[in-house]
Every structure is written in C-alpha cells, then in structure tokens.
Ligand binder design. Sequence first.
Ligand code: AMP
Length: 208
Amino acid sequence: MKLVFLGPPGAGKGTLAADAAVDLKLSHISTGEIFREAVRAGTPLGLKVKSILDSGGLVSDYLTVELVKERLAQPDVSGGWILDGFPRTIPQAEALEIFNPPERVVNFDVTDELIIARLAGRRTCPSCKRIYHVTNMPPKKDGVCDACGAVLVIREDDSESSVRHRLVTYRRQTAPLIGFYEVKGRVLTIDAAGSPSVVYEGFRKALR
Ligand code: AMP
C-alpha cells in the first residue's frame, strides 16, 4: 500500500503514521524528520535547510523531490510506504505522480484552534522520534521518553510565530492538493480532532 498523509502541522500525521506503519507493515517516511536529522547531524543538506525549517517556510521543490525520489528507490520501502509531510505543493505532487503515485491520500481534518493548542504542548524525543503532548499524551516520567529514556525536546519550529507561518503556508500551498487528489478519486478524509486512538479507528474504517 502507498499512502500520503496530508494535513496541517499539528494534525497528528506523525503520530498516526508511526502507529499505522507498525500495524500495516509499511515504511514511515517523514520529509520533516529527514530534514531535522540532517540539521542535527550538521550535514551539507542540514546546513542548507536549517534557517528555512526554523522560520516555518518550505524547502525548495527540487531538493525535496530529489530526496524523496532517492528514498523511495531504496529496497527497504518496497513493501509499501506512508509519506508524512510530502507532497506539500502541486509541483511536488505532480513529480510524485510521475515517479511513484500514491494509491490513497489521507486528509486530516482539524481546526486552527486545535492545531495551536496541540503544537504548544508538543514534545518530541530527539532519539527515537516518539511524539508526546504535555496534557493529551504525557510521558510516564515528566520530560523523559517512555521508550528510550532520552530527554524530550520542543521542536524549534513549534514557536508561535513559526507555527503561524506554517499554517499560512499550509493553507496557501498544501491545501490545494486535496482538490488535486480528489479529482483522481483517491482522497479519504478523516476527523483528526479526537485522541490518537479515536483518530486511528477513523483511519482504519476509512481505509476499508
Ligand atoms: P514537518 O515535520 O512535516 O512539519 O516538516 C518540518 C519542516 O520541514 C517544514 O516546516 C518544512 O520547512 C520542511 N519540510 C518538510 N516536508 C517538506 C516538503 N515536502 N516540502 C518542503 N519543505 C518540507
């Protein structure tokens, strides 16, 4: 199965993608995570994209498409994948149609107010990448990852100004993808307002 997860920042794409990948035995590919990892490791790619990520803007289509094309050509993803955060623009979606079209596009429906509340409380594990929320999904021990014991961090682009910029970018550049895939009959819209387990249930029902 080849799935694209489409939705604004804070819609819960990463959380659902991690669970769905285990459940459905698919590879979870997050372009945001690939970029953040490159920034952490200080690679040439990381140095190039750091300021773009911090401001909440988008990395160029060319660079992002090349990265995904390479990733999808690797043998470990041949059993199927979930693309989380890609495509984010019409040119990216057009490119993906040419080299590896998705079968289903899951559209996460959620309001701006909920997004802002979710992102303000989001904490992530820099080591195993698990995602938590201080009130909705807290770790067992405050500030520490349940799975690997690393100290949880706040993503730099979860600052209020960056979140606002990411939302505007989403509405302008990414939301038009819903129409792009709707005319191809591939969109499944799910209500992403509930808890992760409720959203997951909605996702499995939509997939049937
Ligand atoms: P995410 O983790 O999906 O919220 O992505 C974090 C950041 O990585 C975004 O705000 C962008 O700066 C960058 N990014 C991730 N995916 C893409 C993409 N498909 N196109 C351009 N920039 C991206």
